[in-house]
Design a protein around this ligand. Structure first.
Ligand SMILES: Cc1cc2nc3c(=O)[nH]c(=O)nc-3n(C[C@H](O)[C@H](O)[C@H](O)COP(=O)(O)OP(=O)(O)OC[C@H]3O[C@@H](n4cnc5c(N)ncnc54)[C@H](O)[C@@H]3O)c2cc1C
Length: 573
């Protein structure tokens, strides 16, 4: 038998990263009786949150800062399509969450006077990013993980790969997961489900994202009828290492690093003169691409690049504030930043879009919540400001956990139990699609490479109608070819061939939603820049894109962004 006995909890939480663990703690703290299944395809400490480097934003020093300023920076950074009510709520809650994390053991770096240190991130008007050297995500996730261990009502299901949501009678009732150790399907029932599965950078070939970031939760919700929001907005980070895509954190510019082209110019003076290296990511990435197109970038074996120079900061400061940058540059490109500039180029980093949720993390499907990078509330709009994401995981993770607990206390989704046939059917589908003999079928690696290539060509830093259309058409043929895949490994134990195939299935849906959103948004805003439709069109597109899944591809609707106090203005830095 390929199904194991089901397990039942009050809340099923998918994801053990920053948002997931924060949600789990909030849920058990909100109600002393309920239990939470925390399901993750890797050990929680291996979630992508662990690799965050630069820091987490929040107004903790009020001399030169205020909630309004943090809100305005975020809204301007978003190119005015974040929801301003959500941003206002977010900035007010952020300091409390950051302080609490310190009480849970996060070792924030300090100023000489003992107060927490802050650095200025791109697009922020003042230093408001807390950090733990340049290993912030590691320390934050550690503090969260060790705190979660205090609660025996958080029951971990590590290395369980969730394949689908169990939906019955218009409400979510749990998930199905492949236990990677045994290869059997485990139904996990609950009265609410929270999705915290992170982003989907892996739909692109060149990304800072860990290979587990394949958009699984977005795709599962999408298939269960929940819309995806603003998927066309994909953030390129300006400073990735050529070849690997490993991130060189924005903290290196916050600490004083400069960008140079091959003519030795700090070229940003032509693009973002008032902010220079601390301009927002979308503008900096475009500036670098334009330098490349103008022939002012260096040529290397992995293509064109520009220089990030830290040499003037000195060894002491680099060792104290940027030890990880030094380690990464030395190990992966053989360059010691104390002595030489680091080669960098823009790299896919973050999904502004995601599962459509409200401020509480609730989705349109009864009992289903989402938080973290997988969700789109939206505070990030068309371009996220660096260091808002880790804080977003804390603030909205906590709210999703609390509201899911409240929903369960009020009865949850348990009017009639979900029929067992749902899990049996899911297993039958997996066996039929992947584990039966399909000789000489399509290779998953081939389809994945072609998908990533199509996305880079069609949905890169600059886009235009023709190339997006070509990408979308290609994705539709890949979707069809996917129906004929075969995988070689029929083993049950840690079958990564199987999980990679399922991840590719998820990614194809996500890529299509991104391309369709990009094609239909005939304007340029934030990270979405169309050469054939230059400039913002507030008349028509001060809206969120809402994508619904249909068999023929995404069906799009538009919903006005919420404006409270800040009217859209030209975005200049
Ligand atoms: C290199 C790097 C550096 C960054 N630096 C910063 C920074 O300095 N500041 C900042 O604000 N932001 C930063 N970011 C962004 C930020 O780190 C992420 O957006 C954030 O950590 C995402 O957290 P999350 O909890 O939403 O998801 P993740 O941490 O990605 O966790 C996702 C979880 O979901 C689980 N999961 C996924 N799919 C499944 C499935 N099918 N079944 C079971 N479990 C599943 C995974 O196992 C994992 O536990 C950085 C990102 C990167 C890539």
């Amino acid at each position: 038998m390929s199904l194991t006995d089901p397990v039942v909890h009050d809340i099923v939480l998918v994801g053990g990263g920053g948002a997931g663990i924060r949600a789990a703690i909030a849920a058990v703290e909100a109600d002393p009786k309920l239990t939470v299944a925390m399901v993750s395809k890797v050990y929680p400490m291996r979630s992508h949150t662990v690799s965050a480097e630069g820091g987490a934003a929040g107004v903790v020093k009020t001399e030169n800062d205020s909630f309004d300023l943090h809100a305005f920076d975020t809204i301007k950074g978003s190119d005015f399509i974040s929801d301003q009510d959500a941003v206002e709520a977010f900035v007010k809650e952020a300091p409390r969450e950051l302080l609490q994390l310190e009480h849970w053991g996060c070792p924030w770096s300090r100023d000489p006077d003992g107060r927490v240190a802050t650095r200025t991130f791109g697009g922020m008007s003042t230093p408001r990013t807390l950090f733990a050297a340049d290993k912030t995500g590691f320390h934050m996730l550690h503090a969260l993980f060790q705190t979660s261990l205090k609660y025996d009502r958080i029951v971990r299901y590590d290395e369980q790969f969730v394949t689908s949501l169990i939906v019955h009678d218009g409400a979510v009732r749990g998930v199905t997961a492949i236990d990677l150790h045994s290869g059997k399907l485990l139904p996990i029932y609950g009265r609410a489900v929270i999705i915290c599965t992170g982003g989907a950078g892996k739909v692109f070939p060149f990304t800072t994202n860990a290979s587990i970031k394949t958009g699984d939760g977005m795709a599962m919700a999408y298939r269960a009828g929940v819309p995806l929001k603003d998927m066309e907005f994909v953030q390129y980070h300006p400073t990735g290492l050529p070849g690997t895509g490993i991130l060189i954190t924005e903290a290196s510019r916050a600490e004083g690093g400069y960008l140079f082209n091959k003519e030795g110019d700090r070229f940003l003076s032509n693009y973002v003169p008032t902010k220079m290296e601390l301009g927002p990511r979308d503008l900096l990435s475009r500036a670098i691409i334009e330098e490349m197109e103008a022939g002012r970038a260096f040529e290397g074996k992995h293509g064109q690049y520009v220089h990030l120079d830290l040499t003037h900061l000195g060894e002491k400061k680099i060792n104290e504030r940027l030890p990880f940058v030094r380690e990464l540059a030395t190990k992966y490109v053989g360059i010691d930043p104390v002595k030489q500039p680091i080669p960098i180029r823009p790299v896919v980093h973050y999904c502004m879009g995601g599962i459509d949720t409200d401020i509480n993390g609730a989705t349109p499907l009864r009992g289903l919540y989402a938080a973290g990078e997988v969700a789109c509330v939206s505070i990030n709009g068309a371009n996220r400001l660096g260091s808002n994401s880790l804080t977003e995981c804390l603030v909205f993770g906590a709210w999703a956990g609390k509201h899911a607990a409240q929903y369960v206390r009020q009865g949850g989704s348990d009017s009639s139990p979900a029929p067992e046939s749902i899990a049996r059917d899911e297993w039958a589908r997996i066996e039929r699609t992947y584990l039966q003999d399909h000789k000489n079928g399509e290779r998953i690696a081939t389809i994945r490479h072609e998908m990533q290539d199509a996305m880079e060509k069609g949905c890169g830093v600059y886009r235009n109608g023709e190339t997006i259309q070509a990408a979308r058409d290609k994705l539709l043929t890949l979707r069809e070819r996917y129906g004929r895949i075969s995988i070689d490994d029929r083993n049950r134990v840690f079958n990564t061939d199987l999980t990679a195939a399922i991840e590719l299935d998820f990614m194809l849906d996500i890529a299509l939603a991104m391309a369709e959103g990009a094609l239909r948004r005939t304007e340029s805003r934030g990270a979405h820049q169309r050469r054939d439709h230059k400039g913002r069109n507030d008349q028509q597109f001060l809206t969120h894109t809402i994508a619904h899944r249909t068999e023929d591809g995404p069906r799009l609707e538009y919903r006005p962004a919420t404006i409270t106090r800040w009217q859209p203005e030209e975005r200049k830095y």
